[in-house]
Design a protein around this ligand. Structure first.
Ligand code: AP5
Length: 222
């Protein structure tokens, strides 16, 4: 039995799940679990799962539950999970939500809170297309909304090389938005039915969203 908090960030591509999850790690000592990051690492490493996921991700579709759950289960078996987790980009389907419930129940746990980051779709195309990250530490930036304090140098680690994701182009973002509305948005009602849902207006500046999220997380992860 564990009392460690289990938080879920729900929202379409560009809603700010990754940006906010990394801040919650810093603020509350929780561990960010991003299935997107795990899948990109598998693609980069050329594993069997990564080879199967690559073209699906580049097309903006969802990778199969089987592959995603195998990767996530491995990660959730690690000892640092006892600090509490922020799930970023998972679950994304009914099947993943049911599998998560079962995985947690086996450890005497359940979802503590699911926060829906509510945004306008059209603005998300611009947010995602302008995104880039430090090639060394992964810190995220944006051409317009979040630039390093000193151009060309990562604020966090001082790295000078930056990268952009293969699926961050306008056409693929629109496919990802479609997949979100068809397969993932229904989970908002699922968690509302369980009484653990909170909604946040995530169209404001990053710092405002951080404050709204922190006040929710502070109540369950203090
Ligand atoms: P994944 O990596 O999870 O991507 P996503 O859900 O499409 O989300 P993003 O990472 O694009 O957006 P985000 O909400 O994290 O926004 P961010 O904080 O970076 O998934 C990629 C692919 O992997 C999927 O398409 C699928 O193929 C596969 N996959 C992953 N998980 C899966 C699963 N469970 N099942 C099946 N397939 C799966 O912010 C975006 C930009 O905006 C940044 O530049 C940031 O600086 C900026 N920004 C953030 N907040 C604000 C704000 N409030 N105002 C202005 N700018 C902001």
């Amino acid at each position: 039995m564990s009392n460690a908090p289990v938080l879920i960030l729900l929202g379409p591509p560009g809603a700010g799940k990754g940006t906010q999850a990394r801040m919650l790690e810093e603020d509350f000592g929780l561990v960010q679990l991003s299935t997107g990051d795990m899948l990109r690492a598998a693609v980069a490493a050329g594993t069997e799962a990564g080879r199967r996921a690559k073209s699906v991700m580049e097309a903006g579709q969802l990778v199969s539950d089987e592959i995603v759950l195998a990767i996530l289960k491995d990660r959730m078996a690690q000892p640092d999970m006892a600090r509490g987790i922020i799930l970023d980009g998972f679950p994304r389907t009914d099947g993943q939500a049911a599998a998560l419930d079962a995985l947690l129940a086996a450890n005497g746990q359940k979802v503590t809170a699911a926060v829906s980051l509510e945004v306008d779709d059209e603005a998300m195309v611009g947010r995602v297309s302008g995104r880039y990250a430090c090639g060394s530490c992964g810190e995220g930036y944006h051409d317009q909304f979040k630039q390093p304090a000193h151009a060309g140098t990562c604020d966090k680690c001082g790295g000078a090389a930056f990268k952009r994701r293969a699926d961050d182009n306008a056409e693929t973002v629109r496919e990802r938005l479609k997949a979100y509305h068809a397969q993932t948005a229904p989970l908002i009602a699922y968690y509302e039915g369980k009484g653990v849902l909170a909604r946040i207006d995530a169209m404001g500046p990053i710092a405002e969203v951080r404050q709204a999220l922190s006040s929710i997380v502070g109540q369950v992860a203090a």
